[in-house]
Write a protein that binds this ligand. Structure first.
Ligand SMILES: Nc1ncnc2c1ncn2[C@@H]1O[C@H](COP(=O)(O)OP(=O)(O)O)[C@@H](O)[C@H]1O
Ligand SMILES: [Mg+2]
Length: 112
């Protein structure tokens, strides 16, 4: 299993959520974050305003996926989050050792 973490533009969240649920993703965690990439946060546009600050608001989504779904999930996120402008974001993939559904005690794939 992998944890796919994507840092994306705020206004793309709903499109990404819909695209992921359309390919069978059943859960995700979303957290508001701030960050910067290569442009160091300079001259990026957020909600129509050009920001010159170091940290820009972004949304981070975390999706636990079985190994065989990783490539599909990466493609779906790329397709739905991309605008072609700077600041489209980045995806990080981590090994995910275990998942436990607290209510039932299910583990691993069954718990995703
Ligand atoms: N090397 C990195 N490590 C951790 N987070 C990063 C890194 N690069 C980018 N991010 C996160 O992704 C967000 C979007 O990055 P983005 O501007 O699209 O990257 P880049 O400018 O490098 O192409 C940043 O605001 C930051 O939160
Ligand atoms: Mg950037």
């Amino acid at each position: 299993m992998k944890m796919v973490t994507a840092v994306i533009k705020h206004y793309k969240l709903d499109e990404v959520r819909k695209a992921l649920t359309d390919v069978g993703v059943q859960g995700m965690t979303v957290v508001e974050v701030k960050g910067f990439g290569r442009q160091k946060g300079h001259l990026e546009v957020y909600r129509g305003v050009e920001y010159e600050v170091r940290f820009l608001p972004k949304v981070k989504i975390e999706v636990a996926v079985p190994d065989e779904k990783v490539e599909e999930v990466l493609q779906v996120i790329m397709d739905s989050a991309r605008t072609g402008e700077i600041g489209d974001g980045k995806i990080f993939v981590y090994d995910l050792e275990e998942v436990v559904r607290i209510r039932t005690g299910e583990r691993g794939h069954q718990a995703i």
